[in-house]
Design a protein around this ligand. Sequence first.
Ligand SMILES: NC(=O)c1ccc[n+]([C@@H]2O[C@H](COP(=O)([O-])OP(=O)(O)OC[C@H]3O[C@@H](n4cnc5c(N)ncnc54)[C@H](O)[C@@H]3O)[C@@H](O)[C@H]2O)c1
Length: 351
Amino acid sequence: MKTVLVTGGAGFIGSNFIHYVLQTRDDVQKLVNLDLLTYAGNLENLADIENDPRYTFVQGDIRDRTAVKAIFDRCDFDTVVHFAAESHVDRSIEEPEVFLTTNVVGTQTLLDAARDHWKLAPEDKYSRAYKPGVRYLQVSTDEVYGALGKTGLFTETTPVSPNSPYSASKAGADMVVRAYGVTYGMPVNITRCSNNYGPCQFPEKLIPLMIHNALDDKVLPVYGDGMQVRDWLHVKDHCAAICAVLDRGEPGEIYNVGGNNERSNLEIVRLVLRALDKPESLITHVKDRPGHDRRYAINNEKITTTLGWQPVYTFDQGIAETIRWYLDNRSWVEHVISGEYQNYYKKMYGT
Ligand SMILES: NC(=O)c1ccc[n+]([C@@H]2O[C@H](COP(=O)([O-])OP(=O)(O)OC[C@H]3O[C@@H](n4cnc5c(N)ncnc54)[C@H](O)[C@@H]3O)[C@@H](O)[C@H]2O)c1
């Protein structure tokens, strides 16, 4: 990993990943962040490293073939870590089209650029030889597997069975990545991670939304009975898992990433209220969203046993640090909550 293209690096996980790489990896000489800066992209997340000589930001759309090719022409990337996506399930129910174009077509555009730049004999359709050391990593999600009942865990061989336009678009992208690996012999990996939490998450997602509302004594909207279960992982543990796959992952392989840390949404909301010393009377149950998956849980045995990755954060430590971060960075949250977000919020929750 010497010259890295990170897409979607102004978002939640991408910006944490850029910090993680610049802090921990001396082998990375250049890191380019390609981000369109949609409502979810926020350069404030990267303000502290914008003058790092190894880091460059490029505003651009992963669906724009000419722009993506130009970036590959300028920088001789050996690694692509693809985070850029439309990532919020609720939004995908309202506006599925942009999820399909960004998440599926955007992925294909990147794959084409990487293949054309890395293939040693581009005009030979049977050649499967690539520049040494190159790797394309697709950051995917456990949501592609659909929902679990009360028991069971997703393994890498669980059939893909997405239930929302978001997860369908991520599953579609995964299929394209797999096909480029099989058909063109591209050195690709897919990571499928569970729910992340940590600093710089857009306050439409559960944990920052609840912290923000509780601090303002606003109601905390909980979908349905709130018993939807997710496996929560600290974002830094996710970043470390991605690096483990880039360093030691077998080309063509999928790796599930999870923290063995199942919690219901209601449990998370109550925990936030307790930490902020706010009453449970703020909780308001709202009509559940259509197609809401009941439970996700990851079997992380493959990545732990074959690559030696383990989550470092305990949930107690991670959530306490995360709540502290949102308390210490209230101006960050205020800046993010723009007029656009307010309109969206009203549309979703009607208040
Ligand atoms: N958040 C989670 O819990 C979680 C869990 C597993 C996997 N993932 C995956 O990780 C990735 C990052 O998730 P996140 O939560 O950081 O998302 P995010 O919504 O916070 O960030 C997405 C970023 O992508 C950028 N982007 C969107 N469309 C673009 C386009 N057409 N061209 C260039 N940039 C574009 C946005 O500006 C934003 O900076 C996504 O692919 C998501 O599916 C997320």
